[in-house]
Design a protein around this ligand. Structure first.
Ligand code: CAA
Length: 268
């Protein structure tokens, strides 16, 4: 099934594994010898997975092999040679062409953005380190379950950069701008218990309970009918940007859609 979505070679070069079982897709960061560091290829492959998932998939689980969820961007992306087999537009010494770099980063961001699609619920299963792009990948998921050894860190500003892989919005939405500023500008490692208190994790469990906790959450989400889950996610995602009146109107529209569908199903 996975090779209908993306080829095994693309997955291998991207340092990813993909398993699809009915309604659940599991994407695993699979370069444990590099602590699941990610390159441009990883993000292109993630985008490709998002574009080609079968319609049956309702849950996407992101997890990492080995000691860490992800150590973030592969630091060889900043070296003149780039990562093995891949050139990097981020290599130091090159003055970037703004339009070219904008398009490149937009392409990388596609690897993260699809995880918020209303037809899916994405769950990050985080153990060990989630640093920089790894933290942003966890943030781009709808829900985060952390092992008690997890540590989150927004390292980009400490490297002279900004977080640019879609992580700043969910971070601010979850913890507010002041705490987000403190976390980003100190680049400190946030332990799992604090992450839970800050709302960065739905649940913290022992390391050997992580897989079971993710399966239980996925199973619980799947008890809700697909169309109701989709309409509810759509509604919740627009709530922060809507006034009360706008959100109330959106609720009415969504409910009319639901009741119409249910009535049609009953009369068919
Ligand atoms: N890129 C490339 N290689 C990496 C890597 C990375 N991000 N992280 C780890 N590795 C490599 C190490 O170099 C090491 O290689 P060797 O075995 O050849 O020496 C191997 O993976 C294992 O790493 P450690 O021995 O360091 O493992 P550890 O368990 O002691 O520590 C860690 C794990 C805390 C994640 C540590 O490896 C680390 O701090 N890595 C760098 C993290 C980092 O700065 N990432 C960039 C963040 S910024 C970002 O992601 C986005 C952006 O746009 C800038």
């Amino acid at each position: 099934m996975a090779d209908q979505v993306i080829t095994d070679q693309e997955l291998d070069e991207a340092g990813l594994r993909l398993e699809i079982d009915g309604e659940i897709a599991r994407v695993t960061l699979a370069r444990p010898e590099r602590r699941n560091a990610m390159t441009g290829r990883t993000w292109s492959a993630l985008a490709s997975i998002g574009q080609n998932l079968p319609e049956s998939v309702r849950i996407v689980v992101l997890a990492g092999d080995g000691a860490s969820f992800s150590s973030g961007i592969d630091l060889t992306m900043f070296e003149p040679g780039g990562p093995e087999g891949e050139s990097s537009p981020l290599a130091s010494g090159k003055v970037p062409d703004p339009a070219e770099l904008d398009a490149t980063i937009a392409g990388y961001q596609e690897g993260f953005r699809w995880l918020r699609r209303p037809d899916l619920v994405s769950i990050a299963a985080v153990h060990g380190h989630a640093i920089g792009a790894g933290f942003q990948l966890a943030l781009s998921c709808d829900l985060r379950i952390l092992a008690d050894n997890a540590q989150l860190c927004m390292k980009e500003p400490a490297l002279g950069l900004v977080p640019d892989l879609t992580g700043t919005k969910p971070l601010v939405d979850l913890v507010g701008p002041n705490r987000a500023l403190e976390l980003c500008l100190t680049a400190r490692r946030i332990p799992a218990t604090e992450a839970r208190e800050l709302g960065l994790a739905e649940l913290v469990v022992g390391g050997d309970e992580l897989e079971g906790a993710v399966s239980d959450l996925a199973a619980a989400v799947l008890t809700t009918p697909a169309e109701a889950a989709r309409a509810t996610k759509e509604l919740l995602l627009q709530a922060p940007d809507n006034s009360l009146a706008e959100q109330a109107a959106a609720e009415r529209r969504a409910q009319i859609g639901r009741l119409t569908d249910l009535a049609r199903q009953q009369s068919a």
